[in-house]
Design a protein around this ligand. Sequence first.
Ligand code: ATP
Length: 325
Amino acid sequence: MKAEILAALRETDGYVSGQELCERFGVSRTAVWKAINQLKKDGYEIEAVNNRGYHIVSSPDVLSANEITSLRKTKWVGSQVYYYDVIDSTNTQANHLAEEGAVHGALVVADRQEAGKGRRGRAWESPANIGIFMTLLLKPEIEIANASMLTLVAALAVTKGIERLTGEKPAIKWPNDIVLNGKKICGILTELSMQIDYINHIIIGIGINVHNKNFPDEIAAMASSILLETGKKIKRAELIEAIWEEFETYYDLFIQTQDLSLLSEEYNRYLANMDKPVRVLDPKQPFEGSARGITDRGELLVETEHGVEKVSSGEVSVRGIYGYV
Ligand code: ATP
């Protein structure tokens, strides 16, 4: 009920009377009063004025199922929210939950990860109170060959969400990193659970550095946070909401065509590598060229002296010639 009361208080700039809350949720005056007191303990500043009711003055930057649910405006993403103060990895947990019957659109969120994952078995630094670590569970009816494009759909959604909340324009380092001023503030890890010829489920894991002020030595040169790069202290739950709202729009366009033909133009507008020299770290044979945008299947076009190569994400990393981007 706390989430519903929070949502009701957020619907208006004015006051909501205790009576209205009782009637709306079919509970007693005392139950409303108790829920309000719990919210205050959780850090919400709620004003109570005689004869007028309750008014929310400010919300803390907390992640909780109540906070996420009360802000939710999406149609299907987050229809189930699983929140954890600490988890090994939201991707691992989403996999377990999928096997236990969690629905398409279920969202796993944690305040801290003890074993955050990056691509190819690498680790994702996931400290408490300052980041977003979340995984969306999808059970889509799409071809296996089309699944990897979802990483790019998610990258676009994160970029737009950050832009909406900060007013700054992040860029995408193909295929799946979001950068601000050339520094990595977000990573995305998409994983597939499949049978030989069909998809059981797909999970899209997103890690965002929101309020970090410093990083471990190994990543300090290339990693940064929204706070460090923009100076803005945004609310994490609000960013989560914005990202999934954007995602739903892009996802519909992806499902319509089963590729990125309706999204590639927009993706290319945010592409950090666009028309820049890049080094493609292909395990077979690394090479250099100029990035020329993505195809409708999400491959990166790289112009070399021998012609234009189509690079697919899989095993490949792309770096700027002079730095990370
Ligand atoms: P690339 O292909 O450019 O090498 P990637 O997209 O494959 O990168 P990810 O799997 O997204 O890499 O992220 C893992 C890597 O990101 C780690 O190896 C580490 O270098 C770096 N990293 C780990 N934690 C963070 C963090 N919180 N912020 C920024 N970078 C991080």
